[in-house]
Write a protein that binds this ligand. Structure first.
Ligand code: FAD
Ligand code: NAP
Length: 529
């Protein structure tokens, strides 16, 4: 028996939860289908030691409900994964979302039925759903990447992926541990695993930049000040490219005298967090300016890491901020511990995993536990795992064979009535994701409201509008240094994935303006019928 709804929402992270709240509030019938057994998405799955946000919690939180903002009390500058998960559960309680979320239900296929103008959705629970609209809220960083290293299945110890961590936690006390990867997840977890483990071996393919978090409990006076001025802070954040309320120094790094430049970097380093990259306005526009920030961080590494050879190995060679900047608590210091070994696998890659550890070209390494901190098939992974078929049975995988193309990161030609929250072509992963998720949800909800008011039942982007947006995404990527390295932003971490800079880097304010203009011109670029 098919179950029928106005809208089906796939995923119960922050995107799916707010989408449900909005659609229900407008009187649409909606159901969320979620593969996991709870809400929170990222914060449900990523339970590795040290997992926490790196956008400050007072900003990395919903803003649609002033009452929720006043109710909820963040305890630390950067909340831990358990606290963020409690927040997600609190939101579900507060807005009574549970009754319309179906857990342990993975969408495996969605077909657009052109004659009925309906989507038919199949799940791994053998149920079929039909809906006029489908909204994917499947996440940009939700499809864990397990590299195809020969012998992985032969490992006799325990293997963990940071993005799929056991709910009961893992105690590494007295164990030897090997960790592959030095991205954000590794950089957060390595200092904690090192404190627990008998020995920790870090296998590093690309040295990465990280800046200190300087996390701390939030004091009452600060929380009271934030609560009294949430509206102003949120409004300021909307004017910043990353949707984060930090002070952006308009000066150019190269045009600033050296002593003054160092003072600015020192102040940012001492404050901590991603605002380091806002020290100067041209750090991601100009090689020479970027190099000043690189040199500053490299000097910090040499200052903190006692063994010069290890410091050299840890020193990144690429552009700072090109791969996602990491934020840490005691990462560089961890390599001064006697129980931590760093192995550079850039030129001597892992050849195979064995029953007892792994082999590179010039060594064998033994450990009891293997941690894969190897990231995600970002932005398109979770979308393409579903077999989505639009007009004429054409699959999204075929459509995106040469890389993702979308109109505003929200919709795709040939896939009517299908909306993506934070799809490729949206600012998403380059921003504080909660406000950008809310902006997408509001756009979609308002659009469905406008369609209802007009009596329209079908919406689809037009080819010219999509081409123009893809052009805009490409043009904005070409003027920043961010598109120049082998990062997950360009799909470089997944063998065979087309190399396309996937997010829109023109900034959140400019994106909002584009969306507003589209709505003001009666959904310019869309065909409604
Ligand atoms: P997700 O939270 O990824 O939720 C997607 C949900 O969809 C998941 O629950 C998944 O199970 C479900 N799903 C996927 N496919 C299917 C399917 N086929 N059928 C059914 N269900 C499906 N962003 C920031 O702005 N600041 C941060 O500090 C920050 N920290 C992060 C830390 C980590 C460890 C990671 C991995 C990401 C972080 N991010 C951060 C990005 C984070 O993903 C977003 O901020 C946000 O949580 C995404 O919410 P979402 O609802 O879009 O997706
Ligand atoms: P990631 O940034 O993609 O890092 C993956 C790491 O694994 C990289 O060091 C990569 O090396 C390495 N790797 C991948 N495949 C490998 C292989 N076959 N052999 C050897 N090494 C391999 O993934 P992540 O750390 O999970 O972070 C992903 C994103 O999630 C972040 O960029 C961020 O947006 C978000 N996140 C945020 C936080 C936070 O602080 N709040 C925490 C975690 C994640 P290469 O660099 O050489 O590819």
């Amino acid at each position: 028996m098919e179950k029928s709804f106005d809208a089906l929402i796939v995923g119960a992270g922050f995107g799916g939860m707010y989408m449900l709240h909005r659609l229900r509030g407008m009187g649409f019938s909606a159901r969320v289908l979620e593969a996991g057994a709870g809400v929170g998405g990222t914060w449900y799955w990523n339970r590795y030691p040290g997992a926490r946000c790196d956008v400050e919690s007072v900003q990395y939180s919903y803003q649609f409900s002033p009452e929720l903002e006043q109710d909820w009390e963040w305890s630390e500058r950067y909340a831990t994964q358990p606290e963020i998960l409690r927040y997600a559960n609190h939101v579900c309680d507060r807005f009574d979302l549970w009754r319309d979320i179906q857990f342990e239900t993975r969408v495996v296929r969605a077909d657009f039925d052109e004659s009925a103008t309906l989507w038919r959705i199949e799940t791994d629970t053998e149920e079929t759903f039909v809906a006029r609209f489908v909204v994917t809220a499947v996440g940009c960083l939700s499809s864990p990447n397990t590299p195809k290293i020969p012998g992985l299945a032969d490992f006799a110890g325990s293997t963990y992926h940071t993005g799929y961590w056991p709910h009961e936690g893992v105690d590494f006390t007295g164990r030897t541990v090997g960790v592959i990867g030095t991205g954000s997840s590794a950089i957060q977890s390595i200092p904690i695993m090192a404190k627990q483990a008998k020995h920790l071996t870090v296998f590093q393919r690309t040295a990465n930049y990280t800046v200190p978090a300087h996390n701390a409990p939030l004091d009452e006076a600060y929380v009271a000040r934030v609560k009294a001025s949430y509206r102003e802070m949120r409004a300021r954040a909307r004017t910043k490219p990353a949707g984060i309320d930090f002070v952006i120094n308009p000066a150019s790094a190269v045009e600033t005298p050296e002593q003054e430049r160092l003072r600015e970097f020192e102040a940012r380093w001492a404050y901590g967090g991603l605002g380091f990259m806002a020290a100067f306005s041209d750090l991601l526009l100009n090689d020479e300016s970027n190099k000043t920030a690189q040199d500053f961080v490299k000097a910090k590494i040499r200052e903190i890491v006692e063994d010069p050879a290890t410091a050299e190995m840890l020193t990144p060679k690429n552009i700072i901020g090109c791969k996602r900047l990491c934020v840490d608590t005691g990462y560089w210091e961890t390599f001064n511990r006697p129980n931590v070994t760093l192995v550079d696998i850039a030129d001597r890659p892992i050849e195979r995993i064995t029953a007892t550890g792994l082999e590179t070209k010039d060594g064998t390494y033994a450990f009891d536990c293997l941690v894969l901190a190897t990231g995600f098939d970002a932005m398109t992974g979770a979308l393409l795992k579903m077999d989505i078929r639009g007009r004429g049975g054409v699959t999204l995988r075929e459509k995106w064979g040469e890389g993702p193309k979308s109109y505003l990161g929200l919709t795709v030609v040939g896939f009517p009535n299908l909306f993506m929250i934070t799809g490729p072509g949206s600012p998403s992963v380059l921003t504080n994701m909660l406000p950008t998720i809310e902006q997408h949800v509001d756009f979609i909800a308002d659009c469905l409201g406008a369609m209802r008011a007009k009596g329209a039942t079908l919406i689809e982007p037009m080819e010219e509008a999509q081409d123009a947006w893809v052009g805009e995404v490409g043009k904005s990527a070409s003027i920043t240094l961010r598109s120049t390295c082998s990062s997950w932003y360009v799909g470089a971490n997944i063998p065979g994935k087309p190399r396309v800079f996937m997010p829109y880097i023109g900034g959140f304010p400019s994106y909002i303006e584009h969306c507003k203009a589209v709505v003001a011109e009666d959904y310019r670029g869309f065909a409604l019928s």
